[in-house]
Ligand binder design. Structure first.
Ligand SMILES: Nc1ncnc2c1ncn2[C@@H]1O[C@H](COP(=O)(O)OP(=O)(O)OP(=O)(O)O)[C@@H](O)[C@H]1O
Length: 265
């Protein structure tokens, strides 16, 4: 039995005028500790699928389930990190990082120390008393990662967490986030538009087709790349081969998506 199971998920958004089928028959098994990236044309439903996995949206049909976890333990099983850091500007970094624990009523001395340790490991020692405005975008996003990890979730959902950062910061953060996630043995699902980022960080890539969103292909990242840090993986000859293969597949899907969106004359 898989750790995280997506079972025949369909989702339709209903508005007053119409019903839009966004996801169709998404099924996949994800193992504990796997890092999976979701890529696909804009609007194919990647964020909707993450929201379903997070339990923020109830799918029209099907189910996303974390096996072996009783319902009362699922509440804190998932951490969600977004493109924007959403740190509270009036709170210090330490207060921001600990906020999830406080809301949960689980801000024990041990949990607090674990968070502060994580801040240090992620290169943010000494910034706990500063306010978000006093940090760079990359530092704020690192603080947001620590906040996401503070409640010790089993599954991390990462929705384009690096897309608002400059290229150099993004590359550095990819290495750091990958290492942190591996060291803590978390299961991670990343939504990205960056094929290189997906190849460099993941164990597998799910390529989605659009209109309606469905799982078109799965790519297993070769062992030679998976053992490398993302930055090193980008230099490996297999990286560019895989990049080209996925790029071509994505172009085909985007062409099909474009055609399916054309209105007949
Ligand atoms: N609350 C909503 N109500 C109605 N339609 C919605 C809602 N949220 C998203 N949609 C539509 O569902 C489709 C999928 O959206 P979603 O954000 O999941 O796609 P995505 O693949 O993450 O897109 P992108 O890559 O551009 O971020 C889009 O057509 C979007 O307009």
């Amino acid at each position: 039995m898989a750790f995280l199971e997506l079972a025949s998920i369909h989702h339709t958004y209903f508005t007053e005028e119409s019903a839009k089928v966004v996801l169709e028959n998404i099924s996949a098994d994800i193992e504990e500790g796997e890092f999976i990236s979701f890529i696909g044309p804009s609007g194919c439903g990647k964020t909707t699928l993450l929201s379903i996995i997070a339990g923020l949206i109830q799918p029209t049909c099907g189910e996303a389930s974390i096996t072996g976890l009783p319902p009362q333990k699922r509440k804190n099983a998932i951490g969600y990190m977004l493109q924007q850091d959403y740190l509270f500007p009036w709170k210090t970094i330490e207060e921001n990082v600990l906020i999830g624990l406080k809301i949960n009523g689980s801000c024990t001395q041990e949990a607090r120390e674990r968070c502060l340790q994580l801040l240090e490991e992620i290169g943010l020692s000494g910034v706990g008393s500063l306010f978000p405005r006093q940090l760079s975008g990359g530092m704020r996003q690192r603080a947001a990662l620590v906040r996401t990890l503070s409640t010790d979730p089993l599954v991390l959902l990462l929705d384009e967490p690096f897309s608002a950062l400059d290229y150099q910061t993004k590359l550095k953060l990819e290495d750091l986030v990958c290492k942190t996630i591996k060291d803590l043995s978390k299961t991670a699902l990343l939504v990205t538009h960056d094929i290189g980022e997906a190849i460099a960080m993941s164990d597998r890539i799910f390529l989605f087709a659009a209109n309606p969103g469905r799982l078109a292909k799965t790519f297993d990242i070769p062992e030679e790349l998976r053992i490398l840090e993302p930055f090193e993986a980008r230099q490996h000859p297999l990286f560019s081969q895989l990049f080209q293969t996925i790029w071509k597949e994505l172009q085909l899907l985007e062409d099909q998506f474009g055609k399916s969106n054309e209105t007949p004359s």
